[in-house]
Structure formats: structure tokens, C-alpha cells
Design a protein around this ligand. Structure first.
Ligand SMILES: NC(=O)c1ccc[n+]([C@@H]2O[C@H](COP(=O)([O-])OP(=O)(O)OC[C@H]3O[C@@H](n4cnc5c(N)ncnc54)[C@H](O)[C@@H]3O)[C@@H](O)[C@H]2O)c1
Length: 370
């Protein structure tokens, strides 16, 4: 198959959908890969590296989109890319279609075969192509939280790990899922005093098993949250209720009770945030102070570390891209059930129930078509 990797054009997006190692792997299976010039630059991956891996470097986006049978991307196609969409083209990328009727309708009318990373789902309900970005955001939350606690950034001037003879900072993590567990590991690793709160006893038990002795696990309820958060130096918000807005677990009153110069990193801000005082911020202007507490609420945290994010994402996507290239879309869908769940639009039909419901389109199971 001829696979195209365009340069991402969304603002602040420096990731790329494939590394040179991914190109080599596809070539080893007999496929060909077109990479748009400078596509990997934002992640520190040079055209020369792609060329020596066997890719053909192509000057413009148009040539990549028009020649390729399958486009592998990071972000959803933007308006300026709609003109490249055509019947039968496979587009494999983050789509988040339930947020855009316009894109859904465009993919339908152009009869694109569109697969969304975010809807690929394993039998246990987990989302393997969302997980790497939660992992990155969770790990990053402690790094940026430490930065927020520094005096020049409005923080109280506290070092997470403390020093000999000086107490470490107290870090409270709300939600012990992928982001929260990764935040907990990093916070414990730098020597902070860590408390992780969740309402799922299985998650609490898991964290207790792997990090017991380095962290405290606490059941989520109003009283426990108020008690733990009010004397925290850093609070990380990482709860998720799938498909719903995040619940406000920390009220403004509790934030007021926190120490001046404490910090909040609300990772779940992309789902509305789990702290009443949170509002979305951008990479250009990531923090603000509310109730004397520094807030960091960036909605696209992995963009801060595009190189790590590119490798983490492509580690997870490559096996699916390979399956699609090796077997073709209908062939891959017959056996790969998680991938089948990822198809959103197919030959003019909406084949994802959630997307169809969001916009009132007819839902057609992909099994009826492929
Ligand atoms: N800001 C960013 O750039 C960025 C990047 C990646 C992920 N995220 C977001 O981070 C959030 C977490 O993602 P994840 O992959 O870790 O999710 P996850 O499903 O793995 O974990 C969520 C956890 O929240 C817990 N939870 C739900 N309700 C709770 C409550 N009332 N009290 C305590 N815990 C509760 C669940 O039991 C679960 O363990 C999501 O909103 C995701 O969209 C944001």
C-alpha cells in the first residue's frame, strides 16, 4: 500500500504520525511511504532520517494526499485539507467527530473511509490509542506542577521533594486512572508525599500494590477530598467519567481553604475540569491565579513535549496502521475487532453509533458494509 504522512497544520501541533522506525517497518512489509517535507521537524525528526529509512520525501501536502491510498495523521483534517478528501481514501487519525458535524458531513459526502484513533477499543473497554497521551499528560502534570510552585511563577516556593531536614510537598491526585497513576509514579519518584483519591477500589488496590509505602490511597468522597486537598501543595485533577463532563470534585470553597501559592494542574480540563475554579488555558498563556492558588489548565498538554508524544503515540498506532496496510481495510476489519470499533465513516455512511447519535445521522454497522 502507498501510505502518506502529511505535516500537521493545526496550531501548536508539532507531533507527526510516524517515526522513521515506523517507515522502516512498513517498508519491510513491502509498502511504500510518502512523507511531506519537514513533517517531523517539530518532533526533532529530520527529512534525512526518513529518507534513510526508505521514505520518499514529497514537497507539498497536495502530492502526499493525492498519491496516498492511506493517510496517517495526528489531528483531524482541517478545512484547508477538505479539498484533498476523496472516495475510498483511508484516513487514520484522531477524529473526535462527535465534536464536529461539519467534518462528519464532509467525510460522509466525500465517501472517505475514516478511522478515529480515539474510538479504537479493546474488549475490556480500554482505549489503546488514547492511553499514551494520558500517560504523557499524567507524567507531565508533576513537572509543570513543580514549575507552578516556584516563586517566580506565583507559587509558594516549594520544592516537591523537599530537602534533608525539610518536609517534601504534599501532592494530591484526583483519579487513579492512566493519567493519575502516571502522575502518582512521578510524584513518588521525586520524593513528594503523595495521596491518590479514586472511587474505584480496583484502581486504588492496583496503585497500593505497585507503590504502597510511597503513596497513600484514599477513597473518593466529599469529606476525604476536602480534608486532603485543603492542606495540599499541589493538586492534580485526572478524573474521567467516559463520555460525560468531568464532575466538580473540588469546590471553590475548598480551593479557598488551600495554602496561598499552592498549585492545581487540572488535566481533565479537556472534559470541563474537575475543579470549580478551573478554566481552559493555552500553551502560550498556561497559568492564572484564582483564590491565591496557581492554576495550570492546558487542554492539549502533550503538545508541550511533542517528541516524547510522537514516539508514545506512534508506538501505539503502528500495529493498526500495519494491519490496515497488509490486509486492506475490509480484510483488516474482518479479524481486528478493536480496529472495527474505530471506524467512524465508511463509504458515505456513519458507522459509529455515538457519532450517528450525536448528529441524528442513520447508524449503519460497518459489518453490513465491509
Ligand atoms: N489536558 C490534556 O492535555 C489531556 C491529555 C490526556 C488526557 N486528558 C484527560 O485526562 C483525564 C483522565 O484520563 P485517563 O485516561 O487517565 O482516564 P481513566 O479513565 O484512565 O481514569 C479516570 C479515573 O477517574 C476515576 N474517577 C471517576 N470519577 C471519580 C470520582 N468521583 N472521584 C475520584 N475518581 C473518579 C475513575 O475511577 C478512573 O480511575 C480525561 O479527562 C482525559 O480526557 C487530558
Amino acid at each position: 500500500m502507498l501510505i502518506g504522512i502529511p505535516k500537521e497544520i493545526k496550531a501548536e501541533e508539532n507531533r507527526v504520525a510516524m517515526t522513521p522506525a515506523g517507515v522502516s517497518a512498513l517498508l519491510a512489509h513491502g509498502h511504500r511511504v510518502l512523507v511531506q517535507r519537514h513533517a517531523g521537524e517539530g518532533s526533532g525528526l529530520l527529512d534525512a532520517q526518513y529518507r534513510s529509512a526508505g521514505a520518499e520525501i514529497v514537497a507539498g501536502a497536495r502530492a502526499v494526499w493525492e498519491r496516498a491510498e492511506m493517510i496517517v495523521k495526528v489531528k483531524e483534517p482541517l478545512r484547508s485539507e477538505y479539498r484533498y478528501l476523496r472516495e475510498g481514501l483511508i484516513v487514520f487519525t484522531y477524529l473526535h467527530l462527535a465534536a464536529s458535524r461539519e467534518l462528519t458531513q464532509t467525510l460522509r459526502s466525500k465517501k472517505v473511509r475514516a478511522i478515529g484513533y480515539e474510538t479504537i477499543q479493546l474488549d475490556d473497554g480500554t482505549l489503546p490509542l488514547l492511553a499514551p497521551m494520558s500517560e504523557v499528560a499524567g507524567r507531565l502534570s508533576i513537572q509543570v506542577g513543580a514549575w507552578c510552585l516556584q516563586k517566580p511563577n506565583g507559587g509558594a516556593g516549594i520544592l516537591l521533594g523537599g530537602a534533608s531536614g525539610v518536609r517534601p510537598a504534599k501532592v494530591v491526585i484526583l483519579g487513579a486512572g492512566i493519567a493519575g497513576a502516571n502522575a502518582g509514579q512521578i510524584a513518588a519518584g521525586v520524593g513528594a508525599n503523595v495521596c491518590v483519591i479514586d472511587l474505584n477500589p480496583v484502581r486504588l488496590r492496583y496503585l497500593h500494590d505497585i507503590l504502597g509505602g510511597h503513596i497513600t490511597t484514599v477513597m473518593s468522597n466529599r469529606a476525604n477530598i476536602e480534608e486532603e486537598v485543603s492542606d495540599a501543595d499541589l493538586v492534580v485533577g485526572s478524573v474521567l467519567i467516559a463520555g460525560a463532563k468531568a464532575p466538580h470534585l473540588v469546590t471553590r470553597k475548598t480551593v479557598k481553604a488551600m495554602k496561598p501559592g499552592a498549585a492545581i494542574v487540572d488535566i481533565s480540563i479537556d472534559q470541563g475540569g474537575c475543579i470549580e475554579t478551573s478554566r481552559p488555558t493555552t500553551l502560550d498563556d498556561p497559568i492564572y491565579v484564582a483564590e491565591r492558588v496557581v492554576h495550570y489548565c492546558v487542554t492539549n498538554m502533550p503538545a508541550v513535549v511533542p517528541r516524547t508524544s510522537t514516539f508514545a503515540l506512534t508506538n501505539a498506532t503502528l500495529s493498526y496502521a500495519m494491519d490496515l496496510a497488509d490486509k486492506g481495510l475490509p480484510g483488516a476489519l474482518r479479524r481486528n475487532i478493536p480496529l472495527r470499533r474505530g471506524v467512524n465513516v465508511f463509504d458515505g455512511n456513519v458507522v459509529h453509533a455515538g457519532v450517528a447519535e450525536a448528529f441524528g445521522f442513520e447508524y449503519v454497522p460497518v459489518e453490513n458494509l465491509a
